[in-house]
Design a binder for this molecule. Structure first.
Ligand SMILES: [Ca+2]
Ligand SMILES: [Ca+2]
Length: 235
């Protein structure tokens, strides 16, 4: 009886090892691609310039609760890709204090000196021309992540025309008192980090993406390190 038992228990042990090592791989495969034809969107992130997020809430801010753990993976339809890299950029301030407007889409997302453009004080915007209509699924924004700060009146809109007159839609707005004049926003303010701010654009179809801000907790100027727009060409 004993030798038989030993063989059975070895087989049982081997099966248990196989199952415990095989299961997580299968689960992972399933979670990266769901039944609706979506897949995990792979994001390009810069190196972190500082660790952690400050715990204090600066006066006059409308901050969201800090997230615990890493950012959840973002699911987007298969075929969603980075659209904005190298695309033309226009700004409300066409003579930046530091840097060049083209820095917004040049692919440099790092927190280095020389990697960001600084626009004048008060309400300012930058806008990206995707050159044709796309279904936009995500917008990832880094204003400035060399130190912890919060930008005010962050509003992201899309439109069919460069002047933002035709078919303007708001993707994100955290201007809770309409001080930027683009309407009241329900989103909360947030700390800048190396992860950038990832917005779900839910497939909105447009050619132009405009981002507004109104200074930060650091100063009145407006900064952009990079803006990544992800989507699929519209049919
Ligand atoms: Ca850049
Ligand atoms: Ca405001």
């Amino acid at each position: 009886m004993r030798p038989g038992r030993t063989v059975t228990s070895i087989v049982g042990f081997a099966a248990a090892v196989f199952l415990t090592t095989a299961r997580p791989a299968i689960a992972q495969e399933k979670s990266s691609e769901d039944k609706k034809g979506k897949a995990v969107l792979k994001l390009k992130l810069p190196r972190p310039a500082f660790k952690g997020t400050p715990k204090h809430v600066p006066p006059g801010t409308n901050l969201e609760k800090p997230r615990k753990g890493p950012r959840p993976k973002f699911m987007a339809p298969k075929g969603t890709k980075l659209l904005s890299h190298g695309m033309p950029v226009k700004a409300s301030d066409d003579d930046p204090i530091i840097g060049e407007i083209g820095f917004v889409t040049d692919g440099d997302r790092e927190a280095n000196e020389g990697s960001y453009v600084e626009l004048g004080p008060g309400v300012q915007w930058v806008q990206i021309d995707l050159k044709k209509k796309h279904a936009i699924h995500a917008v990832l924004i880094w204003h400035y992540h060399a130190s912890a700060r919060i930008y005010h009146d962050v509003v992201v809109q899309v439109a069919d025309d460069a002047d933002f007159i035709s078919n303007v839609r708001t993707v994100y707005n955290n201007d809770h008192d309409n001080s930027a004049g683009l309407g009241l926003g329900e989103a909360k303010e947030y700390w800048e980090t190396y992860e950038g701010r990832l917005l779900d654009a839910k497939g909105v179809v447009a050619r132009y993406v405009r981002l507004t801000s109104n200074g930060s907790t650091a100063d009145d100027q407006n900064h952009y390190t990079e803006v990544d727009v992800y989507g699929i060409p519209a049919r």
